[in-house]
Design a protein around this ligand. Structure first.
Ligand code: NAP
Length: 441
């Protein structure tokens, strides 16, 4: 419970946080954790809270999702409110929100796939990780994506944790996913697919890869799939000796892979380094990818001019994300997030999380980020008697909007839990209208 109730007195600061993901919740927690009188409405276009915890974290990484309990606790505070199914731009404008609240914080994440900018990337069968992960995680935006997995070979581009997640989810068997909340449509498609070869392609080397040891190590423990690495791509023993921390652990996992053989399991996961995507090949659908061999000098990827074609019926670039621009909000095309100074965009307008700093860091990285932006708001913005949540309620009523509150979201959650298969935490709903119907039942 916050130190102040939800009363909107003349000294109460009214803040709207747009986006109910980790960055939004950590900001709300910090804003309402001081002696100052602050009301926070956390607004999300989806009827479900928790952003990437629900729709980004891999379905077989349930323990990571437990952090949502902390956000639930924040939501128990009288002065914090979740307002789901309210879309900025569709239901209310930013200008209107800025009139209603003393401060608006954009915690909208980075939901758009960064483009590869190579020939063929628009071909059918090239699906960016934002869409692909959204699809297997039952994000309503991607419920109809229907990627064609009736392919023998998949190329996953990138050497980050998202690439590892995508490859692992494609490689795991139905029994390995039985305690996950993998979307039903994805389970049917993935577990019925004839995929035999999955490639994770890095444009630089193993030392430059950004995946973390825990995630990489999991690839060595798959039931049906053997992870393979060409040992000649790994650093020599002398370099290996000098490594420490994550790099050392990653190298140990990669050395295990280098000792594996393709015949050990029915499906093969090939980690190939020093391969830069040049063009995606195919007429209407993808049939392969042209790669250029590279070398790394001073950390930079240098093409050698030697190319090869890798056959693949599905290509999933996992090369990072961009924040969706919002009209009239300054945006850095170069970095793909809002232009800001330590979170401040304009008077009374702030951003946090990936929308502020780009798509890097773990969930926990958003905590100090949220605290910093909250402190900035508390020191810079003063209560000015704005209508805040009462004003929003008025707009909701006037426009007949069907918002979902934290209490009514709990009905959606209960429904998902009640229909879960044995051992699974939930069976995710994918249809917004159905979710709203349950919330209003
Ligand atoms: P990331 O870690 O930044 O990795 C992106 C990868 O894409 C890099 O290997 C990068 O190579 C490569 N890349 C970028 N542009 C490319 C291009 N044009 N052609 C070929 N390769 C290209 O990003 P991410 O995997 O999307 O993850 C985002 C953040 O979420 C990360 O901080 C990650 O750790 C976090 N995350 C964490 C977990 C977890 O903890 N379990 C799970 C998922 C995501 P270069 O390095 O050469 O640029």
């Amino acid at each position: 419970m916050g130190k102040n109730g939800a009363l909107n007195g003349p000294d109460t600061l009214n803040v709207a946080v747009i986006g109910a993901g980790p960055a939004g919740y950590y900001t709300a927690e910090a804003l309402t954790g001081t002696d100052q009188s602050v009301n926070v409405d956390i607004i999300d276009r989806l009827p479900t809270p928790f952003g990437l915890i629900r729709a980004g974290v891999a379905p077989d990484h349930q323990s990571i999702k437990n952090v949502s309990r902390r956000y639930e606790a924040t939501n128990q505070r009288d002065n914090v409110r979740f307002v789901g199914n309210l879309s900025l731009g569709r239901d209310i404008t930013l200008t209107e929100l800025r009139e209603l609240y003393d401060a608006v914080v954009l915690a909208t994440g980075a939901g758009k796939d960064r483009p590869l900018r190579i020939e063929g990337e628009d071909l059918h069968g090239v699906i960016g990780s934002g869409a692909f992960v959204g699809w297997y995680n039952a994000h309503p935006d991607y419920k109809d994506l229907q990627p064609d997995l009736r392919v023998a070979s998949v190329a996953v581009i990138g050497n980050g944790n998202v690439a590892v997640d995508v490859a692992r989810v494609l490689a795991k068997t139905a029994s390995e996913m039985s305690s996950s909340d993998l979307a039903d449509h994805a389970a049917n498609s993935i577990h019925g697919s004839p995929i035999k070869d999955i490639y994770i392609l890095g444009r630089r080397g193993p030392l430059e890869a950004s995946f973390t040891p825990k995630e990489l190590g999991e690839l060595n423990r798959l039931e049906n799939c053997v992870a393979l690495v060409d040992g000649s791509q790994l650093p020599d023993e002398a370099t290996g000796e000098t490594l420490a921390g994550a790099a050392k652990k990653n190298m140990a996992a990669l050395r295990t892979m280098a000792a594996n053989t393709p015949d050990m399991k029915p499906v093969r996961l090939h980690l190939q380094f020093y391969r830069r995507p040049m063009a995606i090949l195919g007429e209407k659908c993808v049939c392969g990818i042209r790669l250029e061999e590279t070398r790394v000098e001073d950390g930079k990827c240098i093409g050698t001019g030697v190319t090869e074609v890798l056959p693949a019926g599905l290509i999933v670039p996992c090369i990072g994300y961009r924040t969706s621009p919002i009209p009239d909000v300054p945006y850095s095309e170069r970095y793909g997030h809002f232009e800001n100074e330590d979170g401040r965009i304009d008077d009374g307008l702030y951003c946090v999380g990936w929308a502020k700093r780009g798509p890097t860091g773990t969930i926990g990285t958003n905590k100090p980020d949220g605290v910093e932006v909250a402190q900035k708001i508390l020191s810079e913005v003063h209560a000015s008697g704005k209508a805040g949540r009462a004003g929003l309620d008025h707009v909701v009523k006037e426009r007949d909007l069907h918002i979902v509150t934290f209490q009514t979201w709990k009905k959606i959650e209960a429904s998902e839990e009640a229909s879960a298969a044995a051992g699974a935490p939930r069976k995710k709903l994918v249809d917004v209208n159905e979710m709203v119907r349950i919330a209003e039942s």
